[in-house]
Design a protein around this ligand. Structure first.
Ligand SMILES: Nc1nc2c(ncn2[C@@H]2O[C@H](COP(=O)(O)OP(=O)(O)OP(=O)(O)O)[C@@H](O)[C@H]2O)c(=O)[nH]1
Ligand SMILES: [Mg+2]
Length: 696
């Protein structure tokens, strides 16, 4: 067995509160890695070690838990379920070779959709763990049906609970057909015969399992059709093949809190989820050459030149910056120098570590397929590729949505400006859902994130880690500007100042592009009326002008710009002159292209008790919201709606007052839509007033 064959890189993922962190805690305990189990309520789990995670009882960042069990190197990645931290979750799913989806028994939450979408994009083999079966009213069959409906995937149970709710005792392993019961006060389990009252159900589920796995391969189908059954060995063989090739998803079950069903899960992870090597056969490590952009495919092999992808960065108060890497080929040595092909720099690395939450153990090297953490990097950031300069490759970075909600910040104490700025720059490196901009001219500091809670949590961290406090000002909406019709204009910049003059002249045509069309630049100059070497300057001038639209100073998007005519002067023309001319031309053309404002629209889900739903819907309607539908979850209703961000910026206190604190909501960016006239008027007026105030 090669080293890579004994590795399992497994993301544990799902929606908020499904029990991921608890499950990982139980897996560590049942593998004998830890001697006791921490709980989320006590704030002593291995994975949730950051102060904010302990205080709020939620994971806010991926935790890496590396340990050895049954000669396998398990790298579990416990992800946050909250969409506020989805960038971390997405990057983690990206580097995993298999996934465990955790589903609780009190109803699936919508965050699962985003997770499932990316798992499918990555074609990641999965296991499902139905958790919380010890809870009141928990039902395996009901939850399984709910999962099947939510994922639209073929699921096959391979474990079934023994006992239910408070009397849950263990699980039946449907492959071995034994009941697996934990030994009290120990991490060990003992096997028993299937209890008499479960025999019929187990026989039915086993038949279903045998039929499902038989379909994975012709030999098994033939054997099953001729003999009507398969051996345990054959069932396992079909189960492994079917899981790895994603023909179905095995469903396990138990209780993370009580460490029930986790041993069966741990063994299934090892048996059924692929090693990095097997995974690479399906999903190759493919990238491009940094200079030629040609495709480069890198085999998952320690003998190949080094390559790796950075999926996470943290800044630890004691260990400094820690860079989390998946090694895709070759070997990374501690304290070695490598090439960062994204930033085009050589960088000297520090020590290498394996992690268990915040606890680190040093290692000398990490080989293809491994996940490892490197200390002391300065240039390398999340999303970068590390490699050698002789065999360079750039792996495509995970595409992340840009944050849409921005707050202006002001340090509580004036002398703290630099400290705030430094701290936030570090926090942004750790969290790709954040963006921080400091305008050197206006001294304004803008922090953008997924939503209000996200920003508030970031400021909590800022206070704890960097000892500075800030005031938050009215959030700003990231509007965009675009055009509605074609327009043409001339931009001419001509100056005669003694010696050399300045001369640039271009005719531009602007055309609207569809939503999310971004920006296109076309050169339609014929006969060299603008010499070829000045064309990039024309494009630069246009791009610069697009940073600030003519309506209210927001970036211009979804526009095609064509330069189709112009003139030049043999002596006075320069790049600078053409840049200025193009910028003038763009602004002029935009004026007559019917400019409009685009506003961010959010997908919002509000959960509220039955009798308060009417008030919630009424309020959403008054916020220009469109109700998309409703779901029932127990005594609660979930209202799904799309609402313009501008109307829902400060929703938390509103919902609290409508529902007497019983409602909750989540929202995420959906897209940009044209803003109605009254919104445009208001935004434009505010912009003019701000400008007037700044110049007075
Ligand atoms: N009764 C019961 N409670 C559980 C079980 N698993 C988790 N919980 C509780 O459910 C809550 C959420 O559990 P976590 O493990 O933090 O959930 P998570 O999926 O990591 O949540 P996020 O990190 O916020 O996405 C905690 O209070 C746990 O104690 C279980 O099997 N049974
Ligand atoms: Mg968690």
């Amino acid at each position: 067995m090669t080293h890579s064959q004994s590795i399992r890189n497994v993301v544990v993922t799902s929606y908020v509160g499904a029990g991921k962190t608890s499950l990982v805690e139980a897996l560590l305990f049942s593998a004998g890695v830890t001697s006791s189990m921490g709980t989320n309520a006590n704030g002593n789990t291995v994975a949730d070690f950051e102060a904010e995670e302990i205080q709020h009882h939620h994971s806010m960042s991926t935790a890496l838990l590396q340990y050895e069990y049954k000669e396998t190197f398990l790298n579990l990645l416990d992800t946050p379920g909250s969409l506020d931290f989805f960038a971390d979750t997405k990057n983690t799913i990206h580097v995993a070779d298999g996934a465990v989806l955790v589903v609780g028994t009190s109803g699936i939450r919508s965050e699962l959709d985003r997770v499932w979408e990316y798992i499918q994009t990555r074609e990641l083999p999965c296991l499902i763990f139905i958790n919380e079966l010890d809870k009141e009213r928990a039902k395996f069959d009901t939850t399984l049906a709910e999962i099947q409906e939510a994922l639209e995937a073929k699921c096959v149970p391979i474990a079934y609970p023994v006992g239910e709710e408070a009397s849950l005792r263990g699980v039946v392993d449907l492959v071995t057909q034994k009941a697996v019961i934990p030994v009290p006060n120990s991490h060990k389990v003992q096997e028993e015969d299937v209890p008499a009252d479960l025999k019929e159900k187990v026989a039915e589920l086993r038949k279903q399992l045998v039929e499902t796995v038989a379909e994975t391969n012709d030999d098994l189908v033939e054997k099953y059709l001729s003999e009507g059954d398969l051996t345990q060995e054959e069932v396992l063989q079909g189960l492994i093949l079917g899981t790895k090739t994603r023909q179905f998803i095995p469903v396990l079950c138990g209780s993370a809190l009580l460490n029930l069903g986790t041993t069966v899960l741990q063994n299934t992870i090892i048996q059924c989820l692929p090693s990095p090597e097997e995974r690479a056969e399906v999903m190759q490590s493919a990238g491009s050459h940094p200079q030629t952009s040609e495709e480069v495919v890198r085999p998952m092999d320690a003998k190949e030149p080094l390559s790796g992808y950075v999926f996470k960065t943290t800044i630890d108060p004691f260990m400094g910056r820690l860079t989390y890497l998946k090694i895709c080929s070759g070997v990374l040595e501690a304290d070695s120098t490598f090439f960062n092909s994204v930033r085009n720099v050589k960088e000297k690395g520090g020590h290498l570590y394996y992690m268990q939450g915040k606890k680190s153990t040093q290692t000398q090297q990490a080989k293809a397929g491994e996940i490892v953490v490197m200390g002391k990097l300065k240039e390398t950031q999340t999303g970068d590729t590390i490699c050698t300069d002789k065999a360079p490759i750039v792996f495509p970075a995970v595409q992340l949505r840009r944050p849409v909600m921005s707050f202006a910040l002001e340090p509580k104490s004036k002398g703290d400006i630099d400290k705030v700025s430094l701290g936030l720059h570090k926090l942004v490196e750790e969290d790709a859902c954040l963006e921080f901009i400091r305008n050197d001219e206006t001294k304004e500091m803008l922090l953008s994130g997924v939503g209000q809670t996200h920003i508030e949590l970031t400021l909590e961290k800022l206070r704890r880690k960097y000892g500075v406090d800030v005031n938050l000002h009215t959030p700003k909406v990231a509007y965009r500007e675009t055009i509605q019709k074609m327009a043409q204009a001339q931009g001419k910049h001509k100056k005669q100042t003694g010696g050399h003059g300045q001369y640039g002249d271009c005719w531009l045509q602007l055309d609207p592009l569809p939503r999310n069309g971004g920006f296109e630049f076309l050169n339609k100059i014929v006969g060299g009326v603008i010499p070829r070497n000045f064309i990039p300057a024309v494009e630069k001038g246009v791009v610069e002008a697009m940073h600030e639209g003519i309506l209210a100073g927001f970036p211009v998007v979804d526009v095609q710009v064509k330069v189709y005519d112009g003139s030049h002067h043999p002596v006075d023309s320069s790049e600078m002159a053409f840049k200025v001319a193009a910028s003038m031309g763009f602004k002029k053309a935009m004026e007559s292209a019917q400019p409009v404002l685009l506003e961010p629209i959010m997908n919002v889900e509000v959960t509220a008790p039955d009798d308060m739903v009417g008030a919630v819907i009424g309020d959403l309607n008054s916020r220009r919201g469109r109700i998309l539908g409703m779901d029932t979850k127990g005594h609660n209703q979930i209202v799904k709606a799309v609402v313009p961000l501008a109307e829902i910026l400060k929703y938390a206190p509103v919902l609290t007052s409508i529902t007497a604190g019983k409602g909750s909501y989540s929202m995420e960016f959906s897209g940009y839509e044209q803003a109605p006239r009254e919104v445009v008027n208001k935004v434009v007026e505010e912009y003019k007033a701000e400008k007037a105030a700044a110049s007075s």
